[in-house]
Design a protein around this ligand. Structure first.
Ligand code: KIV
Length: 293
């Protein structure tokens, strides 16, 4: 495959609806900077999420809660600069939309105006349904997120599968349906038993993207660093590693360090040379300076 495939036409929300109708799976992945955006673009995905998982994967926080609007905007802008065909989803961070419709609008508008996202994603059902309705009314396409919602992991009892009892499953389904009624264009459902997704799919008309939610959703999303093995920390059981980029990177940097220490790098081919005659002229200039003449 070519390193630079021919540019694709931009994916639209209509394309997603068409793929759902045709039973063609949707591919979504996260990206957090310009190089990862270029990689997922060239891999031909449909949707790219600058997830607040960035808090943990690239900023070193121990949860998604501390990441700020400005941090997310900086990462999202970098991804925007690297992306052309896939739809770009910006994740509104914890504390940036929950308190009121006005707050949600102000934050979402920054993501649209400053970072050029196509859709914004917000987590949970409950009062988030009202926020989704307000954003949709203001003309912004919204992605809902139900099941395990990491921004409220503490209230959910930690990072664990949701909807395991029939009642809890019903609550997940009701949140999803409420978000669809509020006008969401897309739904992410995270870490629920596959039976819950199967039941949900009977009722949803908008495309549903699963993560740890079984095979019945209209598409799947994974975190870039998880699927490529960029970090060495533990991952959720639903993660499948398709590469071991960290091992390749450690090997590369170790080989570089070894060559620097052995004075094997840089070689003559990595340097610059003065044009003929200039070294001798330099030597003469230095000698003249030394003798003061
Ligand atoms: O922040 C994120 O990366 C997400 C995905 C895991 C869906 O919300």
């Amino acid at each position: 495959m070519s390193a630079h495939p021919a540019p694709r036409r931009r994916v639209t929300l209509l394309d997603l609806a068409e793929k759902k109708r045709a039973g063609e799976p949707l591919v979504m992945v996260t990206a957090y900077d310009h190089p990862s955006a270029r990689i997922v673009e060239d891999a031909g995905v449909d949707l790219v999420l600058v997830g607040d998982s960035a808090a943990m994967t690239v900023l070193g926080y121990d949860s998604t809660v501390p990441v700020t609007i400005d941090e997310m905007l900086m990462l999202t802008k970098a991804v925007r600069r690297g992306l052309s065909a896939p739809l770009l989803v910006g994740d509104l961070p914890f504390g940036s939309y929950e308190a009121s419709d006005e707050l949600a609008l102000a934050t979402a508008q920054r993501f649209v105006k400053e970072a050029g996202v196509d859709l914004v994603k917000i987590e949970r059902g409950g009062t988030t349904v009202d926020r989704a309705r307000a954003l949709v009314a203001a003309g912004m396409p919204v992605v809902g997120h139900v099941g395990l919602t990491p921004q409220s992991a503490a209230a959910l009892g930690g990072y664990r599968a949701q909807g395991r009892s029939a009642e809890a499953a019903l609550a997940v389904i009701d949140d999803a349906l409420a978000l669809e009624r509020a006008g969401c264009s897309l739904l992410v459902v995270e870490a629920v038993p596959s039976e819950v997704t199967a039941a949900l799919m009977q009722q949803m008309r908008i495309p549903v993207i699963g993560i740890g939610a079984g095979a019945d959703a209209d598409g799947q999303v994974l975190v870039f660093h998880d699927l490529l093995g960029v970090h060495d920390g533990p991952t959720a059981r639903f993660v499948k590693r398709y590469a071991d980029v960290r091992a390749v990177a450690v090997d590369g940097v170790s080989a570089y360090a070894k060559e620097v220490r052995a004075r094997a790098y840089p070689g003559p081919e990595h340097g610059y040379r003065m044009p003929g005659g200039e070294p001798a002229r330099l030597a003469a200039l230095l000698a003249a300076r030394h003798t003061g003449s």
